[in-house]
Design a protein. Structure first.
Length: 72
């Protein structure tokens, strides 16, 4: 899973699987869910993210895998 924030557009993309999106559905204003060809959720796109989610703090708790950080 990857979280990518794009400050130039104030959008946050949460890539859940790395699989390509085949279908998208807006579930509320500026929040779009992406699905693969099998209908599985692969990503979440949040426009105007700084007004919808807390971007200043990320807490990871009890994740079973490796946590990796990438410089901007």
């Amino acid at each position: 899973m990857k979280l990518n924030y794009h400050p130039e557009t104030d959008s946050l993309y949460i890539d859940l699987s790395g699989r390509p999106s085949a279908d998208s559905r807006e579930i509320s204003e500026g929040v779009v869910l992406d699905y693969d060809v099998d209908g599985k959720l692969v990503g979440i796109d949040i426009d105007n993210a700084s007004n919808k989610v807390e971007l200043q703090k990320l807490i990871l708790s009890k994740l079973p895998g490796e946590v990796e950080t990438a410089a901007a």
